[in-house]
Design a protein around this ligand. Structure first.
Ligand code: ADP
Ligand code: MG
Length: 634
């Protein structure tokens, strides 16, 4: 029925043939993208039409509604995408479709040849423009008429196998482009309403022109990230957030960013109220949705945001990125990297402001997302802001809920204090039992509590905050703490008599003798007040918790050698000393020293075999119960 004149047959250029060959003969699972490409071309064409009429040029069919219409016929295996856009003249058709004008497609081809099997991602991520239609089409018929008044309508027809036919149309066709996709037998799904609607909603939901599938408008939520901030209500942000995340409640924070330099992009970022489990969220599920001019290119793009800010959900839309596979991928990564750098800085500043303006909300943020955020210790470029945003529980609080920042710690520090002290422990209870804490308690020095391995990495990375060194309580030399007044003097025994001092040092030799190679040294402690003894890292060693982490990583099961410190003013040590004075080779003495050593190992988390300890305690109880009976006349 088509009256055609001047029909002519043409060969595709060689590269296009290769491209088509790949598309026609490969089995892609994400064939969906062809529709995204057709819709985005239609949207571009409409944009150009709007520009034409706005610039006052005379246009064909000026009253047409600017819209995209998708219709289908299941019985004929037919899908039709029409637009009322700028259309094409015969020459334009030949030039735009049929030669590989697009550097993007050329780049795609190059990659496709290098990267066997990796094509899936390439097609999905960037599409290959119009030609991707041949993934699903056995024949494509384009009918188009240019917006310039007087241009005849043209028809283009191809099976994608090597040639296309082009002819002028006599009929009066309205301006715009209509693309008939005659689907391959196996691809009939693309002539089903639900399937079409699904794809349009997924990829083209934010296209700014209405998209109708049959008579139903499919894209209803506007791309508010491209609108000016002041024009958007809180409800609109919330609606969009829910659409994006399927969250049932609104976001904790919303951040709307528009940037022109060094790279142009609009972004809408949300911090959800609830965090996700780190292994699920941190590794795989993070990322921002990448749009190019309202068309979705990739869900969860990980180049746009660092992992430690992975709790953030949102979209990025950049004009600077071409929709098609284009240019060197390096260049593309450099663009994404620039965007990521800006987004990271903006998010950190936003969090700083939140911390300042709304303590409770920041605490909410911290409790839900703090764990992931701590991974930011490796972001050296933003380390100052990162450190400022960290929060810890500390000895100042009654329970594990309290949170303190480095800044607040510093504000409360003692006049001469130049360190921020911290201790690692599984819980507040475990920290309370740590002998290293005694001197800090006695002197009323605040100590930050680290309950999470990641805290330890954070401390190692930050090392210094403003003028303050971060120091583990294990590493604090008691001498360096002398300048701080001891607030409470714990009950102690009488000081060691002058004449006993040399004997005491031979007692320490005996203790070293009992423990042998398991300790590097035995010495008098100046850090203990409540405990009889403790283990101390030799100078400059790393903290015990870090040591443990590294041991787990390297599957090392040995027990590190440490210094055994003895509290010479503890009643238990004095008793042992008395026994030693009476009989240097006393058996009870060695049993007790063994037990004290193992108790210290237990507190440090190094005790491997509790069996020996149980039988030793049994032996000590046997003896002590006998003595107890004797003294109490039981
Ligand atoms: P790209 O969109 O990146 O330019 P495509 O392969 O998708 O690459 O399209 C090639 C060209 O064909 C477009 O640049 C445009 O000039 C033209 N074209 C495609 N679809 C349409 C359409 N619906 N209306 C007008 N021109 C179109
Ligand atoms: Mg395109």
């Amino acid at each position: 029925m088509t009256d055609t004149t001047s029909a002519s047959k043409h060969e595709f250029k060689a590269e296009i043939k290769q491209l088509l060959d790949i598309l026609v003969h490969s089995l892609y699972t994400n064939k969906d993208v062809f529709l995204r490409e057709l819709v985005s071309n239609a949207s571009d064409a409409l944009e150009k039409a709007r520009f034409e009429s706005n610039s006052g040029n005379e246009t064909a069919d000026p009253d047409q509604e600017l819209a995209i219409r998708i219709s289908f016929d299941k019985d004929k295996n037919l899908l039709v995408v029409s637009d009322t856009g700028i259309g094409m003249s015969r020459d334009e058709l030949m030039e735009n479709i049929g030669t590989i004008a697009k550097s993007g497609s050329a780049e795609f081809l190059k990659k496709a040849r290098e990267e066997k099997g990796g094509l899936e991602g390439l097609v999905g991520k960037f599409g290959v423009g119009f030609y991707s239609v041949f993934m699903v089409a056995r024949e494509v018929v384009i009918r188009t008429r240019s917006i310039r008044p007087g241009e005849p309508a043209v028809e283009w027809k191809s099976d994608g196998l090597g040639t296309y036919e082009i002819s002028d149309l006599d009929e009066t066709v309205k301006r715009g482009t209509r693309i008939e996709v005659h689907l391959k037998e196996d691809d009939g799904e693309f002539a089903e309403k639900q399937r079409i609607t699904g794809i349009v909603k997924k990829h083209s939901n934010f296209v700014s022109f209405p998209i109708f599938v049959e008579d139903e408008r499919v894209n209803t939520i506007p791309a508010i990230w491209r609108e000016p901030k002041f024009s958007i209500t809180k409800e609109q942000y919330e609606e969009f957030y829910k659409f994006l995340t399927f969250d049932s409640e609104g976001p904790l924070e919303t951040l709307h960013v528009s940037v022109d330099a060094p790279v142009q992009f609009n972004s809408l970022l949300f911090i959800p109220r609830q965090g996700m489990d780190l292994p699920v969220y941190g590794k795989d599920r993070y990322g921002l949705d990448l749009y190019v001019r309202r068309v979705l290119i990739e869900h969860g793009n990980k180049d746009l945001i660092p992992e430690y800010l992975g709790f953030v959900r949102g979209v990025v839309d950049s004009e600077d990125l071409p929709l098609n596979v284009a240019r060197e991928s390096l260049q593309e990564n450099a663009l994404l990297h620039k965007i990521s750098t800006v987004i990271t800085r903006q998010l950190l500043s936003h969090l700083q402001k939140l911390a300042k303006d709304d303590r409770d909300k920041y605490a909410d943020f911290w409790n839900n997302h703090g764990r992931l955020f701590k991974l930011g210790y490796s972001d050296y470029a933003n380390q100052e802001k990162y450190a400022e945003l960290l929060r810890f529980n500390s000895s100042r609080f009654e329970d594990a809920k309290g949170l303190v920042s480095f800044d607040e710690y510093i504000e409360r520090a003692k006049p001469d204090q130049k360190e921020i002290y911290y201790v690692f422990g599984a819980s507040r209870e475990a920290v309370a039992l740590n002998p290293h804490m005694e001197i800090f308690r006695a002197k009323g020095l605040e100590v930050l509590y680290l309950f999470d391995n990641l805290d330890e990495f954070a401390m190692e990375a930050v090392r210094k905050y403003k003028d303050f060194e971060l120091q583990s309580v294990e590493h604090a030399e008691p001498a360096s703490l002398e300048k701080f007044e001891t607030l409470k003097t714990p009950q102690t025994v009488e000081p060691l008599a002058e004449e006993d001092k040399t004997v005491f040092s031979s007692f320490l030799d005996r203790v070293k003798n009992i423990l042998g190679d398991r300790v590097t040294e035995v010495r008098v402690s100046s850090r203990l007040s409540e405990s009889p003894c403790c283990l101390v890292n030799p100078n400059d060693g790393m903290t015990s918790s870090m040591q443990k982490i590294l041991q787990i990583v390297s599957k090392d099961t040995s027990i590190p050698k440490k210094i055994f410190e003895v509290n010479q003013d503890h009643i238990l040590i004095r008793n042992l000393f008395a026994i030693y004075k009476a009989n240097q080779a006393d058996d009870y003495l060695s049993t007790a020293v063994e037990q004290l050593f193992e108790s210290s190992l237990l507190l440090e988390g190094y005790l491997k075999d509790p069996h020996a300890m149980v039988s030793r305690i049994q032996e000590l109880l046997n003896k002590s119960s006998g003595w107890y009976r004797a003294v109490t006349n039981a």
